[in-house]
Design a protein around this ligand. Structure first.
Ligand SMILES: [Zn+2]
Length: 377
C-alpha cells in the first residue's frame, strides 16, 4: 500500500477526533488557530498540535474540542504552577476565582472568538456545529466542524441545572472526572509517573471512591437532554456506578484512553468495561500518548495505537473503537504521530496491518458519528 493509495482511503473517510484541547493553547498562550504551528514529538507544553491548517492537512473533518477549566486543586498540589499563576496575566489568574461554571463559559466564549478570528482572513476554515447533520454540512463545504465538549464536572460549579445550560450551548459531551475529585465523580491518577516529576500532582488518589452526590443526577440529566457521558478519568468504582445508572439508554464512552492489559493502569478500561461500552452502543477512543498506550515511561508509537485499536476490536467488536488523540492536552504524543496533520499515517498503518477500508472508516469517524447521533440532541 503506497502513501498515495492510503491517502485516497483517508480522504474518503469521515474523520472525527473525539478529544482535543486547542482551547487550552488559545486561552493560555493566545495561539492563533489559522496559523500552521510547529509541533514536534516530545512533551512540550507550548507547542500547538491542533490548528486549522494542520487539521485540514490531516484530513480531519470534525474536532471534539474539550474545554478544561484548570482545577483549583492544582494550585495546592503544584508549587511551580502556584508561582506561575501569581505572575501570569489577570485573565489566567481569574480562572482560579469565582464561579467555576462562569469561568468555563468564559473559556468557551474565548475559544469561539478565536475561531471567528481565524475565519477573519476571508475563507471560512472552521465552524462550531450543534448536530451531526451540521458536521456533514460543514464537511460538504470543506469546513472543519468543531464540537464543544467539557472536561471535568468541577465546571458545573456544584449545580445540576448547569448541565442544561451547557447543553443549550451545544456542548456534546462531558467528561465527569479529571485530576481532582469533584461533586460528580472521583478520579484515577490522571498524570503518568514521568510527568509527576514536575513536582506536581502528588495528592493521593482514593480508588475506593466512586460517583459523588451529584454524579447520579448529573448523569440522569445528561441522558434526558442528550449529552454524551464520558467515563475517562473516573475511578473503576465510579465507572461501575455510571454503567448501572445508564444501562443501555444512551451510548457511554471513554474519549481518550489506552486499554488493559496493554496499558496496565486503573485509567485504562478492562475487557469487561470494553464489552459494557459496546453494549451501550458507545466507543472507546484511543489516546495518542505514549504513557497511556503501554508501559509507563516507554516510547510507544503508532504501533501501540494500532495494537490498542486491535485489542478493542477483539474484545468489543469493530463498532466499539474510535480515536481521541488528546492533542494539546499537555500530552507526550508518539514521535511518529506528533500532531493532527499526521493523521493519514494512521490510515496507512491500519491498511498495512490488514484493516479493510470499511473497518478503517468506522475507526476514523463513523463509530463516533453514530455515538453522537444517539447520544447528542
Ligand atoms: Zn483528559
Amino acid at each position: 500500500m503506497t502513501p498515495a493509495e492510503a491517502g485516497a482511503v483517508h480522504a474518503a473517510a469521515l474523520v472525527i477526533d473525539a478529544h482535543v484541547h486547542p482551547s487550552l493553547k488559545t486561552y493560555l498562550f493566545r495561539r492563533k488557530l489559522d496559523k500552521n504551528h510547529r509541533s514536534g514529538g516530545a512533551f512540550n507544553p507550548f507547542t500547538m498540535r491542533v490548528d486549522f491548517p494542520k487539521a485540514k492537512a490531516g484530513g480531519v473533518d470534525a474536532l471534539v474540542s474539550s474545554i478544561y477549566l484548570p482545577e483549583r486543586g492544582l494550585l495546592d498540589d503544584c508549587t511551580a504552577l502556584k508561582l506561575l499563576a501569581k505572575v501570569s496575566p489577570k485573565r489566567i489568574r481569574r480562572l482560579f476565582t469565582g464561579d467555576p461554571f462562569e469561568r468555563t463559559i468564559e473559556i468557551l466564549d474565548d475559544f469561539e472568538k478565536a475561531i471567528e478570528r481565524a475565519n477573519g482572513g476571508g475563507a471560512e476554515l472552521a465552524r462550531v456545529v450543534r448536530s451531526t447533520e451540521e458536521i456533514h454540512a460543514a464537511r460538504a463545504d470543506g469546513v472543519i466542524a468543531v464540537l464543544n465538549a467539557v472536561e471535568g464536572a468541577h465546571s458545573l460549579g456544584g449545580r445540576v441545572d448547569n448541565v442544561e445550560k451547557l447543553w443549550s450551548r451545544g456542548v456534546c459531551m462531558l467528561t465527569l472526572a479529571h485530576f481532582y475529585a469533584n461533586d460528580s465523580a472521583a478520579p484515577v491518577v490522571g498524570i503518568p509517573p514521568e510527568m509527576q516529576k514536575l513536582g506536581c500532582f502528588r495528592q493521593p488518589k482514593n480508588l475506593d471512591l466512586g460517583l459523588g452526590l451529584l454524579g447520579p443526577p448529573v448523569i440522569e440529566e445528561m441522558i434526558r437532554l442528550g449529552m454524551v457521558v464520558d467515563l475517562t478519568h473516573c475511578t473503576p468504582k465510579a465507572r461501575r456506578e455510571a454503567f448501572e445508572i445508564c444501562g443501555t439508554r444512551r451510548p457511554l464512552v471513554f474519549s481518550h484512553v489506552g486499554v488493559q492489559p496493554l496499558a496496565d493502569d486503573p485509567m485504562s478500561p478492562t475487557e469487561d468495561e470494553i464489552r459494557r461500552i459496546a453494549s451501550t452502543g458507545g466507543v472507546v477512543a484511543v489516546i495518542f500518548m505514549n504513557s497511556w498506550l503501554g508501559e509507563h515511561r516507554s516510547r510507544n508509537g503508532l504501533d501501540a495505537i494500532i495494537a490498542t485499536i486491535s485489542r478493542i476490536i477483539e474484545v468489543g467488536g469493530i463498532d466499539t473503537v474510535a480515536i481521541g488523540s488528546d492533542f494539546d492536552g499537555f500530552t507526550d504524543p508518539p514521535d511518529d504521530l506528533e500532531d493532527i496533520s499526521r493523521m493519514p499515517k494512521l490510515t496507512e498503518a491500519l491498511l498495512n496491518a490488514g484493516f479493510s477500508g470499511t473497518e478503517i472508516e468506522k475507526v476514523l469517524g463513523l463509530n463516533m458519528e453514530r455515538v453522537l447521533r444517539a447520544g447528542w440532541r
